[in-house]
Design a protein around this ligand. Structure first.
Ligand code: UN1
Length: 499
């Protein structure tokens, strides 16, 4: 029996008014997982209005109390971790250990932001240039935040947006990917049970791009936090600009691991396999390029290829499976088209290069392309699948140039035993996240997450940086001198000191 999924608006689970439904499917088996109500403009309006109504009371709940609710949420997520992870794997396809990691990331974020409820540090008692004058800067919530998220991290990524937003006193309308609607609803049920008041979090399921557009345009929505493609991100940014709304964008990546000749090749091999083929390459942080020094190219290929061929492909619920399916037929076709084009362009397919025939599901074999020209589309465009391009370079300088010569800038990594080279790379790699002797995935929630260039618009999620993203600064001056003191005019502060 398919799970019935509805919208959550103003504390009620509702079918909405479109009368339409859609289904989500298990990408490993093709079986239906959920029957989902489809949101339309009326649901967007209702959810945004409910969030706006809930805002004045929620912003006045003391932040430590908001934090306590998030702490309860963390505990509920911990209890339900296995249940949520299994549903996530069924609906999205990633292997079960990774699904547990996805939930764990939200648990980590909930505890972290619960603690922020007792901190939320502003700049307290900032020096004033005038005597008997007190100054400070505090954080205020922005209002209704629209969170628009992708299928690939259906719990972790939404938690990066929703939890900081809530602890700061914002209210939220969340539009998840329609492909992971049941997972989204199960996540929101945890908020409800944790005691998040009606209207503080709202969920719109089943909605396509028009629902996203309506959210961006809705007058009650004050900020949009979007994770998805660079193309859609641009549209969101442009549409929001007309209303001067704040936007935080997490978009594409073309992340590279550089392997220098002195690297620990066993370690680099493990790391490349995990970063390139984990989550079937469907991470924003996935490694899709390996930049390798010529001297060790053959050796690295010799190690990587048999290991990539040996990865077990299948249903992520089987704990021995290492690579799950792609999310849907469209994603599979996109990968196929890229590989067909690479083949036609004469690029060597070192392994994979075809669907994995398991009788059902959207499976593609881990694929490695050899000696890919760094300026070719296979080394420039985000494929979002299990396709890895190997690029040969002469030295570190060229590696850094190649790493940086793409439109995106999310994550990068370098393998070397030379501390001088490692530090040089840390300085020069033009990405929001840099790893030394580790692959490009595995960001932890207490550090800022985000990228440079076409990966975003300079905003960051997670870490303390998330507090800036989801709050408005308010500077407050209290003059207790009892007389008019003019900043920048009455500059002789000493003369103004009382006798
Ligand atoms: C994403 O792919 O959108 O760093 C998020 C990582 C994970 C999060 C990825 N912690 O790979």
């Amino acid at each position: 029996m398919a799970i019935q999924v509805r919208h959550y608006i103003g504390g009620q689970w509702v079918a909405g008014s479109t009368g339409e439904t859609m289904k989500t499917f298990n990408p490993a088996t093709g079986e239906p997982v959920a029957e989902v109500a489809v949101a339309g403009p009326a649901e967007v309006r209702a959810a945004a209005a409910a969030a706006a109504r809930a805002f004045p009371a929620w912003r006045r709940v003391p932040a430590p109390k908001r934090g306590e609710i998030l702490y309860r949420l963390a505990e509920i997520l911990r209890e339900r971790k296995e249940e949520l992870a299994r549903l996530l794997t069924r609906e999205m396809g990633k292997v079960i250990v990774e699904a547990r990691g996805d939930v764990q990331e939200a648990i980590d974020m909930a505890y972290y932001m619960a603690g922020e409820g007792r901190r939320l540090s502003g700049q307290v008692v900032v020096p004033s240039e005038l005597p008997d004058k007190w100054a400070m800067a505090i954080r205020e919530p922005i209002g209704v935040v629209a969170a628009i998220t992708a299928f690939n991290f259906p719990i972790a990524v939404p938690s990066w947006k929703i939890l900081p937003a809530l602890v700061l006193g914002n209210t939220v309308v969340w539009k998840p990917s329609p492909d992971t609607s049941a997972t989204a609803a199960a996540f929101v049920r945890c908020f409800e049970e944790a005691g998040v008041p009606a209207g503080v979090i709202n969920l719109l399921v089943g909605g396509g791009p028009e629902v996203g557009r309506a959210l961006v345009e809705d007058p009650d929505v004050k900020m949009i936090s979007f994770t998805g493609s660079t193309q859609v991100g641009r549209e969101v940014y442009a549409a929001a600009a007309r209303h001067l709304k704040r936007v935080a964008l997490e978009l594409g990546g073309k992340n590279a691991i550089t392997v220098l000749a002195d690297a620990d090749l066993d370690l680099a091999t493990e790391a490349i396999l995990w970063a390139a083929f984990g989550t079937t390459g469907q991470r924003c942080t996935a490694c899709s390029r390996v930049i390798v020094e010529e001297a060790i190219y053959d050796e690295l290929v010799r190690r990587l290829v048999p290991r990539a061929q040996a990865l077990k492909i299948g249903d992520g619920l089987d704990p021995t499976v290492q690579v799950g399916p792609l999310i849907n037929e469209r994603a599979l076709q996109r990968v196929e088209a890229y590989v067909a084009e690479a083949r036609a362009a004469g690029i060597e397919i070192l392994c994979g290069g075809e669907r994995a025939d398991l009788g059902r599901g959207y499976f593609y074999k881990p694929t490695i392309l050899g000696r890919v020209p760094p300026e070719s589309k296979f080394a420039q465009e985000e494929i979002f699948g299990p396709v890895l391009a190997l690029i040969v370079v002469r030295d570190l300088e060229e590696a850094i140039r190649v790493n940086n010569a793409v439109a995106y800038g999310l994550s990068s990594a370098i393998f070397t035993r030379d501390v001088n080279k490692a530090f040089k790379a840390m300085r020069e790699l033009d990405t929001g996240i840099v790893y030394v002797n580790h692959g490009t995935t595995g960001a932890e929630i207490q550090l800022p997450f985000g990228g440079t260039k076409a990966t975003g618009n300079g905003m960051r999620e997670a870490g303390l940086a998330a507090l800036d993203t989801f709050s408005e600064w308010k500077s407050i001056y209290v003059d207790y001198s009892g007389r008019l003191q003019r900043a920048q005019i009455d500059t002789d502060a000493l003369a103004r000191l009382p006798e």
